[in-house]
Each structure stands twice: as structure tokens, then as C-alpha cells.
Design a protein around this ligand. Structure first.
Ligand code: 5GP
Ligand code: ZN
Length: 117
């Protein structure tokens, strides 16, 4: 199910352009418009799930597919190291309320609250 008012639902539907990096039946992935590293992709389920809080037994197949997709992209692009990030909720930095996983690579990353800033 798609949400007409949702930015990422519009991107999945092709109503807003995006730089696609991967697509299958359940998953769409595209370049982040404001990259924080040389490689910065967003992986989203092709159904409207607001956030990680709403992952459940009925929709977790999308999550499994997203992580399979991330592994495929990493292999295709020879990404030896990468970080997968999900921001859930406002204080964690979630700004688009359609579940997404950031895939970040191409630079040495620190660890800690501000390490990706
Ligand atoms: P969040 O802050 O919710 O974890 O991540 C949302 C991400 O979506 C941000 O990194 C932001 O740069 C990206 N973003 C926001 N609007 C657009 C857009 O219209 N196109 C693309 N490709 N990325 C977007
Ligand atoms: Zn959506």
C-alpha cells in the first residue's frame, strides 16, 4: 500500500525522479540527494511503512529483502566496508516517515553519536 502524501512513495512510483541503484519486487534503492559519504544510498520497502517501530511478522519479508539487496549492491560495487543506518523517530534524526535504510561507504568512519556528521 502506498501513501499519496509520502515523498518516498512518490519516488517509488516514479512521480518524483531519483537516481535508482537497485530495484526488485519488494525493494527500491536510490542515491541520497544529500550524500554524507562518497557512497550514500537509501533502501526502501515498496510499501508504506512509517518507521522501524511498525516492522512486524506481516511485513518483515521486506526487511529481509532490503538486507539481501544491500549485500547484492555491495558485491556488485565491490564495497568491502559499509554502514547501514536506520533512524527511527524524530530525536534519532528521522526526517522522512517512510522506513529507509541508509547504506554509507567510501570513507573511513568513526563510531559514536556525531561520527557521521
Ligand atoms: P532520515 O533523515 O529520515 O534518516 O533520512 C532521509 C534522507 O532522505 C536524508 O538523508 C535526505 O538527504 C534524503 N532525501 C530527502 N529528500 C530526498 C529526495 O527528494 N530525494 C532523495 N534522493 N533523497 C532525499
Ligand atoms: Zn511512503
Amino acid at each position: 500500500m502506498m501513501n499519496q502524501d509520502c515523498l518516498f512513495c512518490k519516488i517509488i512510483a516514479g512521480k518524483i525522479p531519483s537516481a535508482k541503484v537497485y530495484e526488485d519486487e519488494l525493494v527500491y534503492a536510490f542515491k541520497d540527494i544529500t550524500p554524507i559519504a562518497p557512497v550514500h544510498y537509501l533502501f526502501v520497502p515498496k510499501t508504506h511503512i512509517c518507521c522501524a517501530k511498525k516492522i512486524n511478522a506481516e511485513n518483515s519479508n521486506y526487511i529481509a529483502s532490503i538486507f539481501e539487496a544491500i549485500a547484492k549492491v555491495a558485491e556488485n560495487e565491490n564495497l568491502d566496508s559499509y554502514r547501514v543506518i536506520n533512524n527511527c523517530g524524530e530525536d534519532a534524526g528521522q526526517s522522512v516517515m517512510h522506513l529507509h535504510f541508509h547504506m554509507v561507504a567510501g570513507k573511513k568512519m568513526g563510531w559514536g553519536e556525531q561520527s557521521l556528521g
